[in-house]
Write a protein that binds this ligand. Structure first.
Ligand code: NAD
Ligand code: LMR
Length: 339
């Protein structure tokens, strides 16, 4: 379209902006669902990331406007908007990282699994296109239910013969962001210094924050740890209820998504010791997918790290979450193979 062309013309190629390809490699990032509640602020944050040289924004509607808007920001990346199925291939071609926040969000009273019927199909069709147009890309799956959409993506890629378990990530960073914020508040420590691993999955009790490993150390009692755990597990619901029918977390999620994509880009660029929690193919437990700390590198997952020492409370939480997580994984696999 002419609008699309004008968006492209407005964004000058990176070379003309004086970035040396020696110091900062070219990296292309695509956002699928870029006109949505998460997609728009995530597009903004990725436009602010100096590691990105080209940013493509795809949605089924409204992306030309979002792309035109974001493209005026005077940062490195060239921005282009693509809309509708016909343009999905162009949006994906050459991508190093594809971030997927496409799909419907929860309303009060719903679980993430209630989104399965709509979002499973969306994720399946987007992943089919990824297998065709950018089979080597790192995929950051945000669309819920993550515990099922990641296994769906894996099955789609397996069928296409493009599956690389090192390049498929369920984004659980928001759970870590929440755990850090809530811990800092309760422990009265500087939030900027806080680290808390969050393992398991991304729904209710499958979200297992490991506060026994939190730093800086604080002497919180059992009741405090229980309350912090519950608040982290229910963080998404807290936002869904506060938004009262107008969707779920978008701004904190865009922040978390941008943080995780930045970690993937740093890994690709060879920055050492980039470690983030993510829901990935795993042998850490008997389940085929599990969230834990992951070291990121030039090929995506460099190493899936173990859980470390767990408290009795965490060990109990781990055993409790397994049946639900297993069922969600199996539901995703079954859907991908039957549809
Ligand atoms: P939203 O409805 O505001 O935006 C979703 C966007 O996806 C819309 O613009 C819509 O047009 C687009 N879309 C729908 N079908 C598409 C397709 N086939 N291709 C491309 N785009 C398509 O919703 P939102 O608040 O941005 O949430 C999006 C998803 O992210 C939801 O499933 C939500 O549950 C999930 N989410 C996950 C996390 C997490 O921690 N992983 C956090 C928050 C939200
Ligand atoms: C979240 O954790 O905020 C997201 O998964 C959205 C939701 O439905 O809670």
């Amino acid at each position: 379209s002419s609008l699309l062309r004008s968006v492209k013309t407005l964004a000058k190629p990176t070379a003309a902006r004086g970035f040396s390809s020696e110091s900062v490699p070219d990296r292309k990032v695509a956002v699928l669902g870029a006109a949505g509640g998460i997609g728009q602020p995530l597009a903004l944050l990725m436009k602010l990331n100096p590691l990105v040289s080209r940013l493509t924004l795809y949605d089924i509607a409204n992306t030309p406007g979002v792309a035109a808007d974001v493209s005026h920001i005077n940062t490195r990346s060239e921005v282009a908007g693509f809309v509708g199925d016909d343009q999905l291939g162009q949006a994906l071609e050459g991508s190093d990282v594809v971030i997927i926040p496409a799909g419907v969000p929860r309303k009060p009273g719903m679980t993430r699994d209630d989104l399965f019927n709509i979002n499973a199909g969306i994720v399946k069709s987007l992943c089919t296109a990824i297998a065709k147009y950018c089979p080597n890309a790192i995929v950051n799956m945000i669309s819920n239910p993550v515990n099922s959409t990641v296994p769906i993506a894996a099955e789609v890629f397996k069928k296409a013969g493009t599956y690389n378990e090192k390049k498929l990530f369920g984004v659980t960073t928001l759970d870590v962001v929440r755990a850090k914020t809530f811990y800092a508040g309760k422990a009265n420590v500087n939030v900027a210094e806080v680290n808390v691993p969050v393992v398991g999955g991304h729904a209710g009790i499958t979200i297992l924050p490991l506060f026994s490993q939190a730093t800086p150390k604080a002497n919180l009692g059992d009741e405090d740890i229980k309350a912090l755990t519950k608040r982290t597990q229910d963080g998404g619901t807290e936002v869904v209820e506060a938004k009262a029918g107008k969707g779920s977390a978008t701004l904190s999620m865009a922040y978390a998504g941008a943080l995780f994509a930045d970690a993937c880009l740093k890994g690709l660029n060879g920055v050492p010791d980039v470690v983030e929690c993510s829901f990935v193919q795993s042998t850490v437990t008997e389940l085929p997918f599990f969230a834990s700390k992951v070291r990121l590198g030039q090929n995506g997952v460099e190493e899936v790290l173990g859980l470390g020492p767990l408290s009795d409370f965490e060990q109990e939480g781990l055993e409790k979450l397994k049946p639900e997580l297993k069922a969600s994984i199996e539901k995703g696999i079954k859907f991908a193979n039957e549809n």
